[in-house]
Design a protein around this ligand. Structure first.
Ligand SMILES: Nc1ncnc2c1ncn2[C@@H]1O[C@H](COP(=O)(O)OP(=O)(O)O)[C@@H](O)[C@H]1O
Ligand SMILES: CCCC(=O)OP(=O)(O)O
Length: 354
């Protein structure tokens, strides 16, 4: 068997990995500086720059493209689909490139994967993209005609840890109810009912808790007034909601290790906003427990911030009356992308068509 190349573009980084025969061969996280990215007008304009780093990674590992059997990228903001592994086709590339359903760094995942794959005539895939939609219809109603809530969340990691927790408890994912809170630069919280995410606190459109860099829900009148006063266009509004909101807006910092250290060292402002975030995360979990009518087997805390004992304890204090809380810190997106591809290569699952 040859190598599977995994490409996961994030807003300030690209993670790249090579897997072979079930094992990780090498992984690299490339961090980009503001200076490197700010010269590009749009996220999409970063494509060739990011691609050159992938070529460098292959060369560093002594691999040529001909050694690859498949390429997989993180799936971005595209037409809502059900979970699974999808072949990257031209329609998908067009939607992601044009930002038809919004623009996020993950839009580059499928596009870069297909460019690399096309060079040697192999297939490119995405797995469980951020717009997986398994929401029950009642959850779509927003409260204003013409605007619908949509399902955008850390689907890849949420589904992967949900399966893992079920497995650890000797159960099938399809027979348990879980609330999964992904606590990273962005935060999303999903109500997983017997294998389907029937409602979700969307991690990017301005819902739920504030995060290191996102506002979450805001008082609408005040936000509307800000837009009018500052004459903001839609791109500027999106930047505030996801980028310049949350902890970043209060403390000018998105490094939660630093925020926690300063909070614990007695800096009152740091403690106040860290506690506020934990409080809102707990409220979000409570909301999802109502969606599941209280039938919750496990609450799962995942993502980078779940490494924080302080955050975990603080959230737990509020929600442990609902169910057992399981902590799965970090994320395994690279392995989840590989495993989704391997299931297709091994014939265990059929690839879906977008
Ligand atoms: N040990 C830790 N304690 C607290 N926060 C942490 C820790 N490790 C990472 N983080 C925070 O986790 C966030 C990144 O989480 P991650 O899940 O990797 O992000 P994303 O989902 O945005 O890719 C950052 O704010 C980082 O500071
Ligand atoms: C919630 C959609 C996916 C997302 O926001 O991912 P990042 O936190 O990696 O930006």
């Amino acid at each position: 068997m040859g190598y599977v190349l995994v490409i996961n573009p994030g807003s300030t980084s690209s993670k790249i990995a090579l897997f072979k025969d079930g094992g990780l061969i090498n992984e690299k996280s490339i961090r980009y500086t503001n200076e490197e990215l700010s010269i590009y007008e749009s996220i999409f304009d970063q494509k060739d720059f990011r691609k050159s780093r992938i070529d460098d990674f292959l060369a560093e590992n002594g691999i040529t493209k001909n050694d690859l059997i498949a390429v997989v990228g993180r799936g971005g903001l595209m037409k809502a689909v059900e979970g699974g592994t999808y072949i990257v086709n031209d329609t998908m590339v067009k939607d992601l490139s044009e930002g038809k359903y919004g623009m996020h760094a993950s839009n580059l995942g499928a596009v870069l994967a297909k460019e690399v794959a096309d060079e040697i005539g192999i297939k490119a895939y995405i797995v469980d993209p951020v717009i997986i939609d398994e929401m029950q219809d009642i959850a779509r109603i927003s409260g204003l005609k013409g605007i619908e809530r949509r399902s955008v969340f850390h689907a890849l990691n949420q589904k992967s840890v949900a399966r893992k927790v079920a497995e650890q408890k000797n159960k099938q994912y399809g027979e348990v109810n879980l609330i999964v809170a992904h606590l990273g630069g962005g935060i999303s919280i999903g109500a997983h009912e017997k294998g389907k995410v029937i409602d979700v606190i969307n991690g990017i459109d301005g819902e739920g808790p504030y995060s290191p860099e996102r506002t979450g829900t805001l008082p609408l009148i005040d936000f509307a007034q800000l837009i009018i006063n500052e004459k903001l266009n839609i791109e500027q509004v999106k930047k505030i909601l996801a980028g310049h909101g949350g902890i970043q807006s209060y403390l000018n910092d998105i490094d939660m290790i630093n925020v926690e250290n300063r909070a614990l060292a007695g800096e009152a402002e740091y403690k106040k906003y860290l506690d506020g975030m934990c409080y809102q995360i707990a409220k979000g979990i409570g909301e999802m427990s109502v969606v599941l009518k209280g039938n919750v087997d496990y609450i799962v805390l995942t993502g980078g911030i779940s490494y924080s004992e302080y955050v975990v304890q603080s959230v737990k204090e509020h929600v442990q009356f609902i169910s057992e809380v399981v902590v799965m810190p970090g994320e395994e997106e690279m392995r989840a992308l590989y495993e989704g591809t391997k299931r297709v290569l091994d014939g265990i699952e059929a690839a879906k068509i977008y």
